[in-house]
Design a protein around this ligand. Sequence first.
Ligand SMILES: Nc1ncnc2c1ncn2[C@@H]1O[C@H](COP(=O)(O)OP(=O)(O)OP(=O)(O)O)[C@@H](O)[C@H]1O
Ligand SMILES: [Mg+2]
Length: 333
Amino acid sequence: MIMDTAETSSINRLQQSFSLLRQDLQRDIIGQPHLIDCLLVALLADGHLLVEGAPGLAKTTAVKALAARIEADFHRVQFTPDLLPADLTGTDVFRPQSGAFEFERGPLFHNIVLADEINRAPAKVQSALLEAMAEQQITVGRSTWHLPELFMVMATQNPIEQEGTFALPEAQLDRFLMHVTIGYPDAASELAILRLAREQASRRGQTKAVSPALMSQADVFAAREAAMAVHMAPALEEYLTQLVLATRDAGRYGPELKRWIAWGGSPRATIALDRCSRARAWLAGRDYVLPEDVHGIAREVLRHRVLLSYEAEAEGVRPDRVIDRLLDLVPLP
Ligand SMILES: Nc1ncnc2c1ncn2[C@@H]1O[C@H](COP(=O)(O)OP(=O)(O)OP(=O)(O)O)[C@@H](O)[C@H]1O
Ligand SMILES: [Mg+2]
């Protein structure tokens, strides 16, 4: 692809803004660089995130920090067993003044939506959210409403407490671009978090210092375009495809993988690997994808798409181990 210099410099400017955005986020969210990278990859690849992590690991802080730095409005929805689909989508409300029903938009009509503890709401609500995510529109009665062009959902799941929860249907997990798991911070980060929290507490009540420069939505869209235009060599495309095919026909890579995998990834997995690898390459300041970009996001893309067998569960095999094995066995280009 030949680009003129003006185009190249505007792409460089966007890459720089994203690199600054990442630095800013790392100041607010300590010791979770992977979560930040996944948020940025999802933003660039126009996808949604499922985040699994114990309470108090900065999930809410992270999405809020992102929303505060781009031109986007943010809304958090706590999922509970009594939530109804209309509580998310909105509903027709009777207006006595006009004597007619008017659609009142629900909380999904925001740019960045945090769906907290998504597995606490029953299937109907989950599927209303997942449908809106896949189609970027909502149908209520006979009317269809479009969600904003910038629309990103981060759903959270708590791995500790499973009582009274409704597991997300496996078939619908595919709608998430990535499934991110976050763990506890290390000792140094823990200390840094403590200091940051103290500093924030002492600043509370004071008038805010200069608020950070907002990245415009136009810049986000331009960055998406540039990231998705990153070059991927045909051999690497072939490798992506082979990785996903291996999840469906694991027997080719030995009896162990065959035993472990009950169901492989769909074409959505291939498309997601492609988009996320490009976004990652672009974030790293490159205009071509390397195998390390694929490896850097393969776990997140495949984790929720490779369904393990009972045997694997009985043997205590986790999806990450299966994916790592696939990455070892499928030959690199
Ligand atoms: N890595 C971190 N960097 C900075 N602050 C952190 C970090 N982890 C936790 N905190 C602080 O801990 C508190 C809890 O964070 P937050 O509310 O974002 O967690 P959460 O993952 O959303 O929890 P929950 O699952 O209970 O909703 C916040 O005050 C946040 O500032
Ligand atoms: Mg939270």
